[in-house]
Design a protein around this ligand. Structure first.
Ligand code: XMP
Length: 335
């Protein structure tokens, strides 16, 4: 495992809500990169590595590090699960191309929606996503005779999964699942890092600002933001609302801004007629590393504009709410 902060740090990283200020001073992105490249090369040896890049800063940094470390032995893939934001598949494929990384596009939209059928419980949905994700990756890995899967797991993913807060889709061994049962070994170069460190590494690697400063987005993507059953139609509603929220709040500089679709309905009025329609909640939070977060005091006119746009631009949405809760007691995502 990569040791990034020297001896003192290893001890600290075991403490769930540790002192971010102290950590910032100690972390050197340059040193981290040198060590990470060395360790990736050593672990991989003559094997080939597959890296699933979702376009987020964690998976892009991971993919780029592995590319730098082992060059042609890397196969980068983008799994299109049908749960990404508007324009995301095109953005990821283009970014990887611009970075000189040859990436394979895997269209798995149908497969993912199939496994969500009839599932409404948050943990069941996470597990279904995780299983389909690894099976899809494992299949490609087998087709390509690959030994390792690289992934962008970071420290909070591990902490929260181990503590049972939720099962992060990319943390396997910590919850007693042997990755080799899926047919490969796992490479997690960022597993001791928190989000601000990953951004530093991205900047140090010279990745484009759209990547290094990218708003965090969960691996299971919009499936976490559709409460209840995940269907293509329901994902489309939340995708549209997400686009509006992100656009209208861009200048706030907040940590994460998004929309959530509820699994119950409310009465409203559209074109003078009573309609029983969908409910969207807006979540806009400030945070440094996602371990804790504060609900943003967003200017009222911005909230009103978002609510107006979401209800006008989506015929099924009749109500828009704003989430005022910090983390803790809430989590950032709803599921
Ligand atoms: P929560 O909801 O636990 O989220 O406060 C903390 C941060 O993690 C992201 N998140 C995930 N990321 N797989 C991921 O890759 C997941 O299963 C997952 N669940 C939450 C969330 O968006 C936030 O940035």
């Amino acid at each position: 495992m990569l040791c990034l902060y020297g001896k003192a740090k290893k001890e600290k990283s075991e403490i769930p809500f540790y002192n971010l200020g102290e950590r910032k001073e100690m972390f050197s992105a340059k040193e981290f990169i040198e060590k990470a490249l060395e360790e990736i090369r050593e672990s991989v040896g003559e094997s080939r590595v597959i890296s699933a890049c979702s376009g987020g800063v964690d998976s892009t940094v991971t993919t780029f590090l592995v590319h730098k470390a082992v060059g042609k032995k890397l196969i980068a893939v983008f799994i299109d699960d049908g749960l990404r934001r508007e324009g995301e598949p095109e953005f990821v494929m283009q970014t990887l191309k611009d970075l000189g990384i040859k990436a394979k596009y895997i269209d798995a939209k149908k497969d993912f929606f199939e496994v969500f059928k009839g599932k409404t419980d948050a943990e069941d949905k996470r597990k279904a996503f995780r299983d389909k994700f690894y099976k899809t990756l494992g299949k490609t890995a087998k087709d390509e005779k690959i030994g390792f899967i690289a992934q962008g797991t970071i420290k909070p993913d591990v902490m929260e999964t181990v503590k049972g807060i939720k099962s992060q889709h990319n943390v396997l061994s910590q919850i007693g699942i042997n990755p080799e049962s899926y047919g490969y070994k796992i490479l997690e170069p960022l597993r001791e890092l928190f989000k601000p460190d990953v951004r530093k590494v991205a900047r140090e690697l010279g990745l484009p600002t759209e990547v290094s400063e990218r708003m965090p987005f969960p691996g299971p993507a919009l499936s976490l933001r559709v409460l209840g059953e995940v269907t293509p139609e329901r994902v489309a509603i939340v995708r549209k609302a997400t686009e509006i929220v992100e656009k209208e709040t861009k200048r706030l500089g907040t940590f994460q801004n998004f929309a959530v679709l509820h699994n119950d309905m409310a009465t409203g009025i559209k074109n003078g007629k009573r309609v029983y329609g969908n409910i969207i909640t807006l979540r806009i939070v400030e945070s440094e590393d996602a371990v804790t977060a504060k609900a943003k005091q967003v200017p009222y006119e911005i909230l009103m504009r978002i609510a107006k746009r979401i209800t006008e631009e989506n015929p099924t949405v009749v109500r828009c709410l704003y989430d005022l809760t910090d983390k803790p007691p809430s989590t950032i995502e709803f599921e």
